[in-house]
Design a protein around this ligand. Structure first.
Ligand code: F6R
Length: 261
């Protein structure tokens, strides 16, 4: 794992989008894992700008989103399909037939989950997985006690997640109680992953995810097992980390980051 600290949330999103853009340029048929949520909105805004101003080409890119709510259709304004269309897909030259999200309206959810895993596998796995982190420490909707080897499945959302996302639904009463999510094991199978977290409200959980012991109570700690995981944070989200000087030293010295400093 490596930790990259940027001054502001915008600079952290810029760096995350720059990593994604570099991967797409290097591998035009990239299989890209996507996340939703407030933190990702700036990343998608920057990717849209790169498409418009720098001709970043999504024509051959395939995407797999981490998760989707159960029981709301893709045209519901709170569905993650709608979010992706609004923030990214409608503004770039991606082929919608190559954009995958779990179908939260599927009659047989267990079959839908198995098929989602097969679709990822049939495309050779996820090259780069984008991740956010919830205040409960979830990645995707892998809530506390999610098995570290779990695969795509249906999960009940925790009260903390319901509280975090309820404003989007106009209150917790309207919020779905279930979601389909890639498992922790599915995420760990990605070739590379990049977790973006910004703001003071993420400082405590970031410290636990990066420096705490690996535990299924905080699924993001499993990323310590990932062979190539980058955690990108702003100064506000970095305040509870103990080894800041070390992370800054690694970033200043690793050749991989030569183009980004
Ligand atoms: C959603 C997802 C979640 C979010 C996390 C952070 O697809 O994967 O794990 O990334 O809940 O959400 P925000 O950015 O809204 O704080």
């Amino acid at each position: 794992m490596e930790v990259v600290i940027r001054d502001t949330a915008e600079a952290a999103a810029e760096l995350t989008a720059a990593v994604i853009a570099r991967e797409i340029k290097a591998t035009p048929h990239l299989v890209l894992g996507l996340a939703t949520g407030r933190t990702m909105e700036s990343v998608y805004r920057i990717l849209v700008r790169k498409h418009r101003d720098d001709a970043l080409d999504f024509a051959e890119v395939t995407t797999f989103n981490l998760d989707e709510y159960v029981g709301i259709p893709g045209d519901h304004p709170c569905s993650y399909r709608y979010y992706m269309n609004q923030h990214l897909f409608s503004h770039v030259n991606i082929d919608l037939a190559r954009t995958f999200l779990p179908n939260g309206m599927a009659k047989d959810i267990a079959t839908e989950c198995r098929q989602y895993e097969s679709r990822i596998k049939n495309r050779g796995g996820i090259n780069l997985q984008l991740l956010g982190i919830g205040r409960s420490g979830h990645i995707g909707f892998n809530e506390p006690l999610s098995a570290l080897r779990s695969r795509t499945r249906e999960k009940a959302l925790t009260p903390k997640t319901i509280e975090q996302n309820a404003p989007m639904f106009g209150g917790s009463e309207q919020m779905p109680r279930w979601a389909i999510t890639m498992g922790v094991g599915t995420i760990l199978d990605s070739h590379r992953c990049i977790l973006l977290a910004t703001g003071e409200e993420k400082a405590e959980i970031i410290a636990k995810a990066v420096e705490g012991p690996i535990t299924s109570m905080i699924s993001a700690t499993a990323l310590q097992l990932h062979p190539h995981c980058t955690v990108v944070i702003d100064e506000a989200a970095a305040t509870r980390l103990e080894q800041l000087d070390y992370y800054r030293w690694v970033f200043a010295n690793e050749r991989d980051w030569d183009d980004f400093r």
